[in-house]
Design a protein around this ligand. Structure first.
Ligand code: ATP
Length: 453
């Protein structure tokens, strides 16, 4: 009898090399080549980007197959061998974990996964959940990877999802400069605007599809559907061999980590969150050019930091004024003093107060602006010498340089999960197992990828 079989993998990489997406790709391709039927594209599930011990983008991977019960043991063996083959266990920060789950994904697993997007979860809790839902756990070294591996199986694309096509390098080229024509990336970006996102940073013109480290990823194109990302990849001029290609279904570009709204009094270190509050003070600029403003709600107050790298978001933050209403999203960082700071990833200005400045009065005889005669002394016209009392200053409503609206950093400063402005209003829901691509479509999409380089 056929059954749903889910494999979660995390933490097979380190800053010195490797990539969990590569492990998942090898395994997916091996299983398909052996005749096992996928239920979906491999999932690239981004988790809480504010976890302090992540290697890069806190990604975990899961594979979903329909498998005969008598073949489960064979598939498990292949999966573990694949993870062992692609992991450098000598790296200190690498704690690979593999999770096997048979049958329909249950609610406790989904809830755990949802919380892994915006909280810090313990390995202890992950073990308890795994035990309660009867998930099989394989740890190759330490246990930290279990959180991500388990969360990737329970991921939920009910509200939104996107795709990423990733091309991998051959072992000889890893560590060298990536040979992808920048002009071709810009042209591709123009051709596939609306269907792909974050290919190029519009302010600097920099290509954002290539990482920079010693990992096997040559490039990744993010977009709305498998066909668009494949066609976009085929438009690129690539001057190095490609070892293999895979398409992932993912929560990237969906803001999934910011869906948890919290009161200020409930904030804890390393959460990803959204807070609604009122601005306390005039923002200030600190060393490094970062802008700090404080907000409050009925439960407390917190400093919000708009970093220099956030560009226009920082500029907008600087224009805030006491009593403005805002909704701020981002990561919570502890300061050495124990106080918390909300590092701003997205700012929504919901209402702006009138900014009132008191000006010296104009002379009622000749219209000239009066000068002050000294502290508490009233005003005097410089031209006709008329005098005016000290309460004669006039209120002037200052022009606010910002408007009500949502402000994001430039794409080069985005998290993988940040929903780019180009996806505004787009939402692609797919409850697992109901509206997914059929297996034939998936295999067809993957087989149709051929690179003209
Ligand atoms: P890459 O993006 O290159 O795959 P990474 O940034 O995903 O690397 P990992 O090496 O996977 O980094 O390390 C992240 C670690 O954090 C994993 O061990 C994962 O289990 C754990 N983790 C992920 N989310 C949470 C969370 N919400 N709470 C606690 N631990 C988490």
């Amino acid at each position: 009898m056929l059954t749903e079989f889910h494999i979660g993998i995390d933490d097979t990489d380190s800053t010195l090399g490797g990539c969990t997406t590569y492990t998942a790709t090898l395994l997916f391709q091996e299983l398909v080549s052996k005749g096992f039927k996928p239920l979906d594209f491999p999932w690239l599930v981004r988790l809480n980007p504010n976890v302090p011990w992540k290697t890069r983008g806190n990604g975990a991977l899961s594979l979903h197959f329909s498998i005969g019960e008598e073949q489960l043991e064979e598939v498990k063996k292949i999966a573990i061998a694949s993870v062992e083959r692609t992991t450098d266990l000598a790296q200190q920060a690498t704690d690979p974990a593999v999770v096997f789950f048979t049958g329909r994904v249950s609610n406790p697993l989904r809830e755990f996964s949802a919380r892994a997007l915006h909280d810090i979860l313990s390995v202890r809790e992950a073990r308890q959940i795994a035990e309660s839902v009867d998930a099989e756990v394989h740890l190759l070294k330490g246990s930290r990877g279990l959180v991500g591996a388990l969360a990737s199986v329970g991921a939920d694309f009910d509200h939104d999802h996107t795709f990423e096509i990733i091309a991998y390098r051959t072992s000889e080229t890893i560590g060298t400069t990536r040979r992808v024509s920048l002009d071709s990336v810009r042209q591709m970006d123009t051709l596939f605007r609306g269907l792909t996102f974050n290919n190029v940073d519009p302010e600097t013109g920099r290509a954002l599809i290539c990482p920079h480290g010693p990992d096997p990823v040559l490039l990744g194109i993010r977009g709305e559907d498998p066909t668009s990302v494949t066609r976009a990849l085929n438009k690129l001029e690539i001057d190095e061999p490609i070892e293999r290609i895979m398409i992932f279904k993912t929560n990237q570009g969906t803001d999934a980590h910011l869906s948890c709204q919290r009161r200020i009094g409930a904030l804890r270190p390393y959460q990803s969150t959204t807070v609604t509050g009122i601005v306390n003070n005039v923002p200030r600029i600190v060393r490094g050019g970062h802008v700090i403003f404080r907000i409050h709600d009925a439960t407390g107050s917190v400093d919000c930091a708009a970093y220099h790298t956030t560009g226009s978001l920082r500029e907008t933050s600087l224009q805030l004024f006491p009593e403005d209403s805002v909704t701020v999203s981002g990561g919570i960082r502890p300061r050495p003093s124990g106080e918390l700071t909300l590092n701003v990833e997205k700012l929504e200005v919901t209402s702006l107060v009138d900014k009132i400045r008191l000006e010296n009065p104009p002379c009622t005889n000749c219209g000239t602006r009066c000068e002050s005669m000294g502290r508490g002394q009233g005003f005097r016209c410089r031209k006709c010498k008329a005098r005016f009392p000290r309460n004669s200053r006039v209120e002037k409503v200052e022009h606010r340089r910002i408007r009500v609206g949502v402000y994001l950093p430039p794409p080069r400063a985005h998290r993988h999960l940040t929903k780019p402005a180009s996806r505004n209003g787009i939402r692609r829901p797919t409850p697992f197992g109901t509206n997914n691509s059929s297996m034939d479509e998936i295999l067809e999409s993957l087989a149709s990828i051929s690179i003209a380089s």
